[in-house]
Design a protein around this ligand. Structure first.
Ligand code: XLS
Ligand code: MG
Length: 385
């Protein structure tokens, strides 16, 4: 039973979402590598990981748990519906394992109805449908005791700027997100401690309406009626690295604004499409990841780290779709442990009086546990210099 928090600074809980474990590993050039598995099977895998002390929490989109039928927007409330029974079956598995729910989010990207956007869709009927779907996701989140509701920009974006109603588009978005707050209050849901915006620069749209954490914070203060309720969950390294931003900078800024509600965590090659590599996997980002945790500890931030990634397509094993998913969960938790241990090596680092290059090399030597004597002996051919 995963009863205790993780509590290794700065991480209070580790969350592994349904969509990461369930991901069948399709990409634009090839179909899924893994067979789809049922949400109850994903719940079982998560419960097993909790039993092994690897995770303490999970998260989901409404669609990760139960299918959505636009003709039945309130099926979750009907005790005779399959949705009602399935949600409760999943909840029993999570509860038994002691797994908490960090995020409930609404899938506004999968269904072709939302191909031109969800909350910012130019068609008022589709916007209304998106709001109904968000309300259903909020009710499902309440059933699971979710701590946050997350809005990630999904298909709210554009390819053709001259075909966007710029006068209204951010008003529609504000209307949708103010609606989240109002619905939580109206329904008297007590589980939500806040809601978050998850920015992303592009993908699936050419440009998204809230591309970076800076845009998200500005939007919260400029447009939302209850800015105190809203924060940001940046996805680091992925989303901000896609536009060549730096994770240490992002957490420094968001904590200074008191808007870092939790982290989405994985790895990324800078400037590329959303790689969603598991943490520390891939050719770059080790220093940035470690320095991000170092900065969070220096700042004194504590909170949830939620993996948001999927196993490498090359690691998907169609003959062992459960086994490779187990390995993926272990890889993520191993990488986080490694990143935290490496950040710990930097905690006594004091750059006072150092030049920039000197500070960076000294920190890197500490990170790699290279002792100054060995470095010197391989540096110069003149002994004792
Ligand atoms: C996609 C996002 C998405 C959100 C949850 O790039 O990371 O997975 O985190 O909807
Ligand atoms: Mg994410």
């Amino acid at each position: 039973m995963a009863k205790r928090g993780f509590n290794i600074d700065p991480v209070t809980l580790r969350s592994m979402p349904f969509w990461c474990v369930g991901n069948p590993l399709g990409d634009p050039f090839g179909g899924p590598v893994l067979p789809k598995i049922d949400s109850l099977e994903v719940a079982e895998l998560l419960a097993e990981a909790a039993g092994e002390g690897l995770i303490e929490a999970t998260s989901f989109h409404d669609d990760d748990l139960v299918p959505w039928d636009p003709a039945k927007p309130e099926d979750d409330l009907d005790p005779k519906s399959e949705t009602y029974a399935k949600l409760r079956a999943i909840k029993r598995v999570l509860d038994k394992a002691g797994l908490k729910t960090n995020v409930a989010t609404c899938g506004l990207h999968g269904d072709k109805l939302f191909r031109k956007g969800g909350l910012t869709n130019p068609d008022p009927k589709v916007r209304a449908l998106a709001k109904k779907k968000v309300q259903r996701a909020l009710r499902i989140g309440a059933l699971f005791g979710a701590k946050h509701f997350t809005y990630w920009v999904a298909r709210d974006g554009f390819e053709v700027p001259v075909n966007v109603d710029w006068k209204n588009v951010y008003k529609w978005l504000a209307d949708g997100l103010n609606g989240v707050y109002d619905y939580i209050r109206k329904m008297k849901f007590k589980n939500y401690i806040g809601a978050t915006i998850e920015p992303k620069p592009n993908e699936p749209r050419g440009h998204m309406f809230l591309p970076t954490s800076g845009h998200a914070v500005g939007f919260i203060y400029g447009h939302l009626k209850h800015p105190e309720f809203y924060g940001v969950n940046p996805e680091l390294l992925q989303h901000e690295s896609m536009t060549l931003l730096n994770a240490v900078h992002t957490v420094g800024y968001l904590t200074s604004m008191k808007k870092l509600f939790f982290l989405h965590f994985g790895s990324q090659i800078k400037g590329q499409f959303d790689n969603d590599f598991p943490p520390l996997i891939g050719p770059e980002g080790l220093k940035e990841t470690v320095q991000m945790f170092w900065a969070l500890r220096k700042i004194g931030w504590k909170g949830v780290v939620e993996y948001d990634c999927h196993m490498l397509r090359t690691d998907g094993d169609p003959d062992d779709p459960i086994g490779c998913r187990r390995a993926f969960i272990r890889d993520c938790t191993r990488a986080l442990a490694m990143a935290l241990l490496l950040a710990d090596r930097l905690m006594d680092f004091d750059p006072a009086g150092m030049r920039d290059a000197e500070a960076d090399l000294t920190a890197t030597a500490m990170l790699c546990r290279l002792d100054p004597k060995s470095i010197r002996s391989w540096m110069t051919t003149v002994p004792g210099l």
